[in-house]
Design a protein around this ligand. Structure first.
Ligand code: NAD
Ligand code: LMR
Length: 340
């Protein structure tokens, strides 16, 4: 019975709640990089999501095993594994959502931008295939550096004539999950009630948690506490990279975050109202062309990019401080896609 309740908790986490799976339309989700550190637990979590009817697991190798393994779980999603570029088209065809955790992770001492040289090419080739085989799918980009890989995908889709800014998302959910956990821990609040918007981008100081808007609000935290929480959220990825000491970066918490975000996208597609998550999207709420903020999700992807709301002086300063780095990471991605 402990397993039972764990199973139902996992399914709730994966998202059935107020929507019966019987009434929902069939949805195909593809995971590119499905045999990796994130890909495997993400495949597991998406197999547990009752909104998924077909789960397509793609990687350059190893996916037949992951697919066979996950397929034995007694949930509705039909699982198929695809390995090697010649199977990429079949993996993608008919997808409603494509989640991309393909690419190399950081080792201690590296920044996310140090991954650019390898991951930019991977993201470009996967985006080219998406434009060809499932141009209408929502794309959930996990591969780092997100601040550059999202602009690369946008540029590839523009070149292919398939770009729809409502359908391209940089996944920043892990920043939100960290901010919630650290905030609730420090303030002594129940973590399951905590909510904290995180805006900007997904690297170092470009990650800007808005603790002034955190709920439930608290007066238990000093300005020094808020500064420390901000820094811990910004350095959350590095905390894991250092603890793993050369064995990669966050995989399990990222798989959970990726599953939460994909579930929100699925609910939006299915017409569930008031689905709001933070994501790095094409944006006009600042002068930067891409920016993470709260986004309302709907039947076509982004329904509305929500504004920043009111910021504390500390957050206003953080916003100005992050803009030059975020701008240059965006431009680096666009330049790469144009020149390659
Ligand atoms: P990993 O090395 O364990 O797995 C990556 C997988 O990608 C491997 O299985 C590899 O075979 C596959 N891959 C490589 N090239 C591919 C291609 N052309 N097509 C399909 N698959 C390909 O790495 P990981 O720990 O799973 O991390 C993956 C990426 O996610 C990294 O770039 C990492 O920085 C990023 N990441 C992002 C976030 C975030 O918050 N957005 C969080 C954690 C990690
Ligand atoms: C994270 O935030 O955990 C990821 O972006 C991985 C990393 O390199 O920190």
């Amino acid at each position: 019975s402990m397993l039972r309740s764990m199973e139902s908790a996992l399914r709730r986490a994966a998202g059935a709640r107020s929507f019966s799976s019987g009434a929902a339309p069939g949805r195909k989700v593809a995971i590119l990089g499905a045999a990796g550190g994130i890909g495997q637990p993400l495949s597991l979590l998406m197999k547990l999501n009752p909104l998924v009817t077909r789960l397509s697991l793609y990687d350059i190798a190893g996916t037949p095993g992951v697919a066979a393994d996950v397929s034995h779980i007694n949930t509705a999603a039909q699982v198929a594994g695809f390995a090697g570029e010649e199977q990429l088209g079949e993996a993608l065809e008919g997808s409603d959502i494509v989640i991309i955790p393909a690419g190399v992770p950081r080792k201690p001492g590296m920044t996310r931008d140090d991954l650019f040289n390898i991951n930019a090419g991977i993201v470009k080739s996967l985006s080219t295939a998406i434009a060809k085989y499932c141009p209408h799918a929502l794309v959930n980009m996990i591969s780092n550096p997100v601040n550059s890989t999202v602009p690369i995908a946008a540029e590839v889709f523009k070149k292919a004539g398939t770009y729809d800014e409502k359908k391209l998302f940089g996944v920043t959910t892990l920043d939100v999950i960290r901010a919630k956990t650290f905030y609730a821990g420090k303030a002594g609040l129940p973590v399951e009630d905590a909510n904290v918007p995180v805006v900007g981008g997904h690297a170092g100081i470009t990650i800007l948690p808005l603790f002034s808007q955190a709920t439930p609000s608290t007066n238990a935290l000093s300005h020094e506490d808020i500064k420390a929480l901000t820094k811990r959220t910004q350095d959350g990825g590095t905390e894991v990279v250092e603890a793993k000491a050369g064995k990669g970066s966050a995989t399990l918490s990222m798989a959970y975050a990726g599953a939460v975000f994909a579930d929100a996208c699925l609910k939006g597609l299915n017409g569930v109202p008031d689905i709001v998550e933070c994501s790095f999207v094409q944006s006009s709420i600042t002068e930067l062309p891409f920016f993470a903020s709260k986004v309302r999700l709907g039947r076509n992807g982004v329904e509305e990019v929500l504004g920043l709301g009111s910021l504390s002086d500390f957050e206003k300063q953080g916003l100005e401080n992050l803009k030059p780095e975020l701008k240059s990471s965006i431009e680096k991605g666009i330049k790469f896609a144009k020149e390659n």
